[in-house]
Design a protein around this ligand. Structure first.
Ligand SMILES: [Zn+2]
Length: 344
């Protein structure tokens, strides 16, 4: 046996993978959107399994209340103010240095998603909101790439696998995003780590099937699980394909990608925080900013982000001009605060 394959021996011994499947995994490229609860489990599974190139995109930094479920992070990462994508890549590099883990600290939106997904064999959903999922769905259908949806709140979660043209897409099944408040958020309903691990593990297994070419084995239903209430449902969605007048996969109107739907400034799930996505052409100069801001409140910064406390608000600013403002859920208020302290 090839020495470099030895670390995957137990996976190759599994009849569904074999040496051929392993070689396909090593040649595969996955784009992972979001590296929080689901995303850390997914990234961990992809890198340990030997997926050759894993691009991890995340817009956020790590907080202590993430550690209950976001398996790649620790207290040291919180103390260092590391962005999630960067911390995940460091951890994964120590787990398997033979694959390429590419951290991208960015907010996924319609201006960058094509570039981030264009060269991927598969897109994995590790996000926590429907707006980005619809955007992923648009891109996946447009580029004809498979993607695997997953979502969790409280003790329940769901997942489905989308092969454009072959299975219904996300919009065939969920015509519109659940309105805010409907079904709760991580803030109101919390989330248990085991459901995250279960849903992400379903997604990861689907990824292995797709990347090794075993499309005959994929899950073609919507799986819904509630591990506290002991509910398991499999909803047959295959008949929806071509039966619903889906704007995305039937009429090929990509409303999120074309900017007809969606905003960039969003209230963040479970955070009492708003992200203001004000992208600048040039990278911000944190040194200059810190000098101006330190007369107003406490400022600290590293290569990846600048933190600034004023009144009851905590700003986290990224070099591309994006900011997460904690202490409010009010989008207009956050925009005002941004203009007042960050400018532009
Ligand atoms: Zn569709």
């Amino acid at each position: 046996m090839d020495v470099s394959l030895d670390r995957y021996s137990r996976q190759m011994r599994f009849y569904g993978i074999g040496e051929g499947g392993q070689r396909r995994l090593l040649e595969s490229h996955v784009t992972l959107c979001g590296c929080g609860a689901l995303g850390t489990v997914l990234a961990n599974a992809m890198v340990r399994a030997g997926v050759g190139h894993v691009r991890i995109i995340d817009r956020d930094f790590i907080e202590t209340n993430n550690l209950q479920r976001q398996i790649l992070f620790d207290e040291h990462d919180v103390a260092e103010n590391l962005p999630k994508a960067e911390a995940a890549a460091r951890k994964l590099g120590a787990i398997n240095s033979s694959v390429y883990v590419e951290p991208v600290v960015a907010d996924i939106d319609r201006t960058n998603i094509l570039e981030l997904c264009n060269d991927a064999d598969l897109i994995l959903d590790g996000t926590d909101n429907f707006e980005i999922r619809y955007l992923i769905n648009d891109v996946a259908v447009k580029l004809n790439k498979p993607w695997v949806y997953g979502g969790c709140i409280g003790s329940h979660g769901q997942t489905m696998t989308i092969l454009p043209g072959e299975t219904p897409c996300l919009r065939c099944v969920f015509e519109a995003a659940p309105s805010p408040g409907e079904g709760g958020t991580c803030e109101t309903a919390g989330v248990l780590s085991p459901i995250v691990n279960i849903v992400a593990s379903y997604q990861a297994t689907e990824a292995f099937k797709i990347l090794t070419g075993r499309l005959d084995r994929i899950n073609r239903e919507l799986i819904y699980l509630d591990i506290w209430e002991n509910i398991q449902r499999r909803i047959k969605i295959a008949p929806l394909l071509g039966k619903v007048d889906c704007p995305c996969c039937q009429r090929r109107r990509f409303e999120w990608l074309d900017g007809e739907q969606g905003t960039h400034t969003t209230s963040l799930c479970g955070r009492n925080a708003v992200q203001v996505a004000h992208r600048t052409a040039e990278r911000l100069n944190f040194e200059d900013m810190a000098r101006h801001l330190e007369t107003l409140g406490a400022v600290s910064y590293n290569r990846f982000l600048l933190k600034f406390d004023v009144d009851s608000y905590q700003f986290t600013v990224f070099p591309d001009g994006r900011a997460i403002i904690k202490g409010t859920n009010d989008i207009d208020k956050a925009r005002t605060l941004y203009a007042k302290y960050i400018g532009h």
